[in-house]
Design a protein around this ligand. Structure first.
Ligand code: SF4
Length: 234
């Protein structure tokens, strides 16, 4: 949605659409990308990391950790570095932060005062559910991960997920879950994502305690803001 709005607002200017290919995302993300290309009437430039073969498992193995205080190495190696290499001085980045994420966007601006960024969804007051509904009204099926009830179409078994999320991944995608367990087995404690709040002891994905499965199954809603924004590109 952020792309669609940026294309409308900056028509006639050099707007480039970038995507990072990741092996660990669901293959339906590629179908969604092709549908969006048709909707935009534009080709999307797909960047693909060579060093780790665009594979989070290879990143974890070689970096020997999965998540640290400064974030996840997979995101840095497979997404941010590609973009940093690709972008040109003077570029303005278009962020897909939704209205719910205004704080995150403001934090980013505070931490990166030299970066020129815009967030069209926040400007239009569009929330995540608004965006999902607008995509569906454009005749595009949401990525399968959303349709299964997940809150994003990240890698299957995103290391930023919590325990409830990983219980869902264990149930829905046992092969991908096992691959993450195996890499934790190899690396050991340094790759564990969770910690016992009482004892401070860290534990692996295999030892996640019983608890609720969380896929965030709220159906897409709609608000007045989608209509206003839709009029701009209609
Ligand atoms: S979606 Fe999650 S697992 Fe995939 S690269 Fe980003 S942080 Fe890593």
């Amino acid at each position: 949605m952020a792309t669609k709005l940026a294309l409308a607002e900056y028509a006639g200017q050099d707007v480039q659409i970038i995507n990072a290919f990741l092996k660990n995302e669901h293959e339906d993300n590629r179908r969604f990308l092709a549908d969006c290309e048709r909707w935009f009437g534009r080709t999307i430039t797909v960047l693909r990391d060579q060093k780790f073969d665009a594979d989070i498992i290879q990143v974890f193995r070689r970096k020997q950790f999965m998540k640290g205080l400064a974030g996840a190495p997979c995101s840095r190696e497979l997404k941010r570095k590609l973009l940093d290499d690709w972008k040109q001085p003077g570029d303005v980045m278009v962020f897909g932060y939704t209205a719910e994420e205004q704080d995150r966007f403001e934090d980013f601006i505070e931490r990166n005062p030299d970066r020129a960024v815009i967030a069209p969804l926040i400007e239009k007051g569009l929330g995540k559910d608004d965006c999902k509904a607008m995509i569906q009204r454009a005749g595009i099926e949401l990525p399968l991960m959303y349709r299964k009830g997940y809150d994003n179409a990240n890698c299957i078994g995103c290391v930023k997920g919590g325990e409830g999320y990983f219980r869902a991944i264990r149930e829905d995608f046992p092969t991908e879950f096992e691959a993450l367990c195996q890499v934790q087995d190899e690396i050991g404690e340094g790759a564990y994502l969770f910690r016992n709040r009482k004892t401070g002891e860290r534990y692996s994905l295999r030892d996640i305690p019983d608890g609720p499965i969380r896929r965030n199954e709220a159906p897409p809603s709609c608000s007045f803001f989608c209509e206003m924004a839709e009029q701009e590109y209609a």
